[in-house]
Design a protein around this ligand. Structure first.
Ligand code: NAD
Length: 305
């Protein structure tokens, strides 16, 4: 069997189109422009790239983006002052604090300082509680993107056996909650799971969110299962060589061994071009959802959990 490739890049483009359509209607019919504030503390190069690309994507769909760059040694008080201002700014519907934060800042405290209705990352403890009790919440972007792809591919997920590998607060746990919300029978596997291959082998849906390159081989996959690969890992490129700056050539791979999994699975997301593009599309979707809720307007169809 050769798996259907779930094209996250193409699907994310359709999500962004929907968002852009909704943003245009909000502007035309209500004179409202959804706004996303992104806060970056420090100089982490990867975070700078993410923040730049978030700003660019916002511009493409008509969302106003407000970038706040703070020095590495910013105090917790100064950061809370900024978050307070953003919480009270009616032009800002979503607030995202780029993680990781420098070590002297307490990430949990900072995230829980954001007004829950503006918490477009869905990490605030209040949103975690709402999701856990099956209530309307802001849903973390990566699991939301995975859910959208699964729904698009399968339609009804009810009764399917789902295994989520990884129990992080940002991917594994919310993913499991969402699948439970779809009436899947959900198992969360993690670093202490006994006989992981046997656990994975019974799954109709496998979501791998571990951060270990090509850890899941095709032999673990039940024939016909759907594999959602969240992992983003950089490994040495197939062809040897160096870049212009002398560094070794690298390539991105997921947590699943793509070739052997694709030979057995019914459907699979590639890395790159699978879950990654959906994550940022869902951030835009969450910003529009937050904007509609703040203004008492109907939420966009198909952009929430
Ligand atoms: P994390 O390090 O917080 O969590 C990893 C989890 O994997 C842990 O719960 C741990 O118990 C589990 N684990 C570790 N070793 C294991 C093993 N041998 N067997 C089974 N489980 C094991 O990571 P995270 O933040 O959840 O991210 C996971 C991966 O997803 C990373 O590669 C990350 O880069 C990627 N990621 C991608 C996106 C995206 O947009 N595509 C977004 C977030 C994270």
């Amino acid at each position: 069997m050769t798996a259907t490739i779930i094209d996250g890049k193409a699907f994310a483009a359709t999500v962004r189109d929907k968002v852009a359509g909704h943003v245009a209607r909000l502007k035309e019919e209500h004179g409202i422009t959804p706004g996303l504030a992104v806060v970056l503390v420090g100089e982490d190069p990867a975070s700078q790239v993410y923040v730049r690309s978030k700003g660019k994507m916002c511009a493409e769909v008509g969302i106003a983006s407000f970038e706040h760059r703070l020095a590495e040694d910013t105090s917790e008080d100064a950061l809370f002052d900024l978050i307070d201002r953003l919480n009270n700014d009616p032009a800002v519907h979503g607030i995202l604090v780029q993680l990781p934060l420098p070590g002297h800042l307490n990430e949990d405290l900072v995230i829980n300082g954001i007004t829950p209705s503006k918490d477009v990352d869905g990490f605030h403890i209040f949103n975690v509680g709402l999701l856990g009790t099956g209530q309307k919440s802001m849903v973390p972007c990566t699991p939301l993107g995975c859910l959208m792809m699964l729904r698009d591919h399968h339609g009804d997920l009810s009764g399917m056996d789902a295994v989520v590998i990884g129990r992080s607060n940002i991917v594994g746990k919310p993913m499991a909650q969402l699948l439970l919300g779809e009436s899947c029978t959900v198992t969360i596997a993690h670093s202490r799971t006994r006989d992981l291959p046997a656990v994975v082998r019974r799954a109709d849906i496998v979501v791998a969110a571990v951060g270990r390159p090509q850890m899941v081989p095709g032999e673990w996959i039940k024939p016909g299962a759907t594999v959602i690969d969240v992992g983003i890992n950089r490994i040495e490129a197939r062809e040897k060589g160096v870049n212009e700056d002398g560094s070794a050539k690298t390539r991105l791979v997921g947590d699943c061994d793509f070739d052997s999994c694709a030979a057995v699975a019914g459907a699979i997301t590639p890395v790159p071009g699978g879950v990654g593009p959906m994550t940022i599309a869902c951030l835009l979707a969450n910003t529009v959802t937050a904007c509609c809720r703040a203004n008492g307007l109907p939420e966009p169809e198909g952009l929430t959990a």
